[in-house]
Design a protein around this ligand. Structure first.
Ligand code: M6R
Length: 621
């Protein structure tokens, strides 16, 4: 899940270096264990590199004391370490060849690198890092010596590699050329005027062009200042798919907020509103033109399996309650990595819905591919155009949250839940029956939710205060029932990843079966209370759960609907959220928990946008 940038263009005013550094800054969310740059130095007939362990800032400082030469051709990398620790030596780019004239950067894992390395060691090739990447660099340098053509050399190498990879390479004997290759790992081309770009995603070059080219699986692309050429791993000519990037550069920046996460929390009303846009016709009926699966196929679906990881899996858990209720189709939610290796039972009537913000999560991608091989229908709910998971699925339903840069997912979560509601309502409409008639009413109610989120966001000062007071807290528990249960899990995940605090989310009904033993005097517990109009008297049951833990000394932080007075006697704090119908409540109840985690992390002086050990896009299994 590293970030990759490539550039070729005019050799003027340090442009190549500026473009690559700017691209790396935008891609740093993908990994920040180290960063590095390689440039073709035509004056000295070599490739110059600079790389440093740690954040991009370290590379930036190094470039002040060791400036790189002017160039027209540069590649840059920001790393999330897999093979070899986060050291200067393991940072990319890696050089290849005895003369070191080739430089290569890589995202992914080369699974057969041990065997390849043994082969190279037998030929007395020397290695200076512990990475799998250096093996590819050395193989590529050897192929270049044979072919004297960087594209042909790449073609000679990629078919020897197993695993997932994006590779970018430059060579001193091929100035004005960057060659890229991708298999199961992202790479997009930015098409400029007299200059061209490569990036792990469009954020890498969004400040310079909006014309982009999506590459297919197993393709090699060669960019020069005046053009690009694509071939397959079989050496056949190919074409990418051109598209216009609709995000603007400002959307990928902080918009005046101190952190991307704070901006993204505040983007949530827009993310939900945009995800709802254009889903109904003039009569109010849902129309999902982008789905590309026939109504007959969808009508035949008798079971749904949601596959996803992390926050996206919690969105899937919310979806389960809603889709089952509206369609009466059984829905299972499976962590993608568990689904893939569990011998799953699927048939052509099983609909596998993957949920992913990045569209690149390897665990989810492998689950989707496996489901397809087993004959299931696959739909991807995804936020990133041109990414791999939608391409590998039968159909896609895009969320429109815009770029999510902070590692901790916030607006994508709300957009994913919204897209799953839309999918559930669409299936209900197709099937007819009770909830088909309700679909339009629910869509109407959903349209009012962005305004409610915006209003809620202006009423969370007390939550921020509580977070600041709790900076020294060592453990926080979260309880919820029904759709409040995944919200509790998501609230706990936010706190773990941002504030490094022990946090756990439980189904409130499960408490008495064990977890209640954790409650001691002063233990903070957030309780997500369903609205009083929730069926099965769930509201009453959760109020009883609050009493049970309060009686044992817990400090109860209660998230309840406006006007719910039943919780007041048992709450140390009441955090109010606006009214919605029960199934839609997660779109509101999660917001105070996101704000709580953000402010607690800030109070502890931690890096909110780039928490330790994490990366935005997890492209390894
Ligand atoms: O890009 P995806 O939605 O597939 O990512 C899935 C998870 O890795 C992601 O949600 C992760 O759990 C976040 N760090 C949560 O904030």
């Amino acid at each position: 899940m590293c970030g990759i940038v490539g550039y070729v263009g005019p050799n003027v005013d340090g442009r190549a270096l500026d473009v690559v550094m700017e691209g790396l800054a935008r891609l740093e969310y993908r990994g920040y264990d180290s960063a590095g740059i390689a440039v073709v130095d035509t004056a000295r007939d070599t490739v110059a590199t600079e790389k440093r362990a740690g954040k991009l800032e370290n590379l930036r400082s190094a470039l002040v004391t060791h400036p790189l030469p002017d160039t027209s051709t540069a590649i840059g990398h920001t790393r999330w370490a897999t093979h070899g620790g986060p050291t200067d030596a393991n940072a990319h780019p890696h050089r290849g060849g005895v003369d070191g004239k080739l430089a290569l950067i890589h995202n992914g894992i080369i699974e057969n690198f041990h065997a390849l390395k043994r082969e190279l060691l037998a030929e007395r090739v020397a290695f200076s890092s512990e990475t799998d990447t250096e093996v590819a660099a050395q193989l590529l340098a050897r192929e270049f010596e044979r072919t004297q053509d960087l594209t042909m050399a790449m073609l000679g190498v990629v078919n020897r590699l197993e695993g997932a990879f994006t590779l970018l390479a430059v060579h001193a004997d091929a100035p004005g050329v960057v060659v890229g290759a991708r298999r199961n790992s992202p790479l997009v081309v930015g098409l400029g005027d007299g200059e061209n770009f490569l990036g792990s995603d469009v954020a890498a070059f969004i400040g310079h062009t909006r014309h982009a080219l999506e590459l297919g699986q197993d393709q090699i692309v060669t960019i020069t200042p005046d053009g690009h050429e694509v071939i397959t791993f079989d050496g056949e000519p190919a074409h990418g798919t051109a598209y216009e990037v609709t995000w603007d550069a400002a959307a990928a920046e902080k918009g005046g907020y101190p952190t991307f996460m704070e901006k993204e929390i505040n983007d949530q009303p827009q993310a939900v509103a945009d995800t709802l846009l254009g889903r109904t016709d003039e009569t109010g009926r849902l129309v999902l033109d982008e789905l590309r699966i026939s109504e007959d196929q969808l009508d035949a679906v008798d079971r749904i399996v949601v596959v996803a990881c992390g926050t996206a899996a919690y969105a899937g858990m919310v979806a389960k309650y809603a889709i089952e209720h509206w369609t009466r189709i059984p829905v299972e939610v499976s962590l993608a990595h568990e689904f893939r290796y569990s011998d799953p039972i699927v048939s052509p009537r099983t609909l596998v819905v993957s949920i992913s913000q990045s569209g690149e999560t390897m665990d989810t991608l492998m689950a989707v591919k496996h489901a397809r091989q087993l004959g299931a229908l696959t739909i991807s709910v995804c936020n990133t155009h041109g990414s791999t998971i939608p391409r590998e699925s039968d159909a896609v339903l895009y969320t429109h949250a815009g770029p999510e840069i902070a590692v901790a997912s916030t607006k994508a979560f709300l957009a994913q839940i919204t897209a799953c509601y839309i999918l559930g309502l669409y299936l209900a409409q197709l099937r007819g029956g009770t909830y088909a008639d309700d679909a339009q009413a629910v869509m109407k109610e959903l349209e009012g939710v962005p305004g409610k989120i915006a209003d809620l966001l202006t009423h969370l000062d007390r939550v921020k205060e509580i977070a600041r007071f709790m900076a020294d807290t060592r453990s926080v528990l979260f309880l919820g029932r029904n759709v409040g249960y995944p919200v509790a899990m998501e609230g706990a995940l936010k706190l773990k990843e941002l504030a490094y605090i022990h946090a756990e989310g439980f189904a409130a009904g499960e408490l008495k079966h064990g977890p209640i033993a954790l409650i001691e005097a002063g233990q903070p517990v957030f309780i997500i209370v369903p609205g009083p109009d929730t069926p099965h008297e769930l509201h009453k049951k959760v109020v009883s759960n609050i009493q049970e833990i309060r009686a044992r000394g817990a400090r109860t932080l209660v998230i309840a609907q406006e006007g719910d007075e039943d919780v007041v006697p048992f709450a140390d704090e009441v955090i109010r959220v606006p009214h919605t119908s029960p199934l839609l409540q997660p779109l509101l109840t999660i917001v105070p928990l996101q704000v709580f985690a953000l402010h607690l992390s800030t109070a502890k002086g931690l890096d909110v946008d780039q928490p330790r050990n994490l990366a935005k896009s997890v492209t390894v299994e």
